[in-house]
Design a protein around this ligand. Sequence first.
Ligand code: M6R
Length: 578
Amino acid sequence: MCGIVGYTGPKKAYPIIIKGLKRLEYRGYDSTGVALLGNSGLKVYKKKGRVADLEDYIVGKNVQANTGIGHTRWATHGEPSDINAHPHSSASGKLAMIHNGIIENYAQLKQELTNKGYTFKSETDTEVLLNFIEDIKNNNNCNLEEAVRIALKRVTGAYVILLIEEDKPDTIIAARKGSPLVIGIGKGEHFLGSDASPMLEYTKEVVYVNDYELAIVKPDELILKNLGNEKITPFVTKLDLELAAIEKGGYDHFMLKEIFEQPSTIYDCLRGRLDAANGTITMSGVMDNMEQLKAAKRIIIVACGTSWHAGLVAEYIFEELCRTPVEVEYASEFRYRNPIINKGDVIIAISQSGETADTLVAIEKAKEQGAIIFGIVNVVGSSIARISCGGAYTHAGPEIGVASTKAFTGQLAVLIMMALKIAKEKGTITIERYQSLLVELEQVPDKVASLLKNADQLKIIAEKYKGATDALYLGRGYNFPIALEGALKLKEISYIHAEGYPAAEMKHGPIALVDENLPVIFVATKDSYHEKIISNIQEIKARKGMVIAIITEGDEAIPALANDVFLYPMLMKLLHHC
Ligand code: M6R
């Protein structure tokens, strides 16, 4: 994933692009760069490191320009370095391009160009595509827009590309397939971004560019075309997002802000849907597809990373409440298999961004085979939301932190409501259990708020174990995927190797790893597995492992065994049968 920004208009492009890149650093932060078009021609500045490093590097350099593009990179082809950073310049030096995505047939294109005598400065697929475009432009004596269109017909893979050309100082050519692109419409100016955050303070009117569309963007003109050169009328959407929602609001970093936002984001997710007093759940996307959801012979959940973990939790919940068989698939595996999709299967795609390429392609393929796609997505208007037959937004607000937090709990809230709604319609839940779960679900935001009040205790525990080089996260039942998610967060944020595992599986081999240096984090809430997990804790203690247990308030058994405990209010007692 990379972040892209573009601007053309009467303002100075550089400050707008730099500010936009800072907002998009959650999409990639190993190198950054800008290309600026001004009176003194095309200037490209790029640097390994974060946007702040680029700013330091640019101090004193010429940044006078009203048109420009910027990129923050998460390396795919070629290590993070100054040379591999975007923008890339073409062989003639007249074109500059940024790219988010992967050109899968780049090796073949590179060979063709190499045979013609081209050489490459970087190891990137982007530089190959750029020179491929320039080669077409030169050979066909056509304009850049035409060359891009011809080139993209040969490209396989995913991309958003933004190009600028020395001889056209106010024009940006953009195209997308499989990666997100938003164009903001200002007064005599246009903004481009991977999402709407770089343009929020300038305009609320945006166009979400679709796959296989190409945009010719000038200060006072936006032309959209398909790859067949036919004009398309841009569909303008009004953003319902305020600037405050994408700023840090006094927290040291976005992840912390987003963790502490969870009481309100879960509340926002439930608001207008859950009404425990009247025993109702209102979800129009679910109701519109209720017949298929009720009759589903199988639910296949497709997602990646954290969203996949939410899918695993949903497997327990849907099977328990709706009695529908559920399979949870990594989108990155599902899309490359030849999966069997039967009539009556429903696919649920889960994604925070709504743009994850593997998830998007997986559901496109399933849709081609006639599957009903239900999307659970956070970003409104994103590709997965648009391609789904129905769906529900998580309403968690922008998640800027790379490590997903509030989006995960939002996904769980939507999935639980959805399961309850289907179970009620199907008659697989008693009215008493349904009603009690509604009441408990309504209390979750307040309980999460009270849990977060004790967050300082976690700092003490973290300080004690910060020197560990490995960690294990264990849980049973639906706490098993929570353990997987915990391990993912530790790896991502602390760069400490961690594994999540079903607690009862430990004895089948991995227990050999346990010694006095290994912190083992148990997600051990008071549920129907409680006694069993106590046995698992004892197995770890017998091998001198250090046990940190996340337990339900009032649990007296586990504190006697664990080295450290963190107390957790009973969130949803009735789900603990799952
Ligand atoms: O936007 P998505 O939910 O589709 O993203 C999928 C994963 O890349 C994502 O959940 C990732 O694992 C988390 N950001 C990790 O914290």
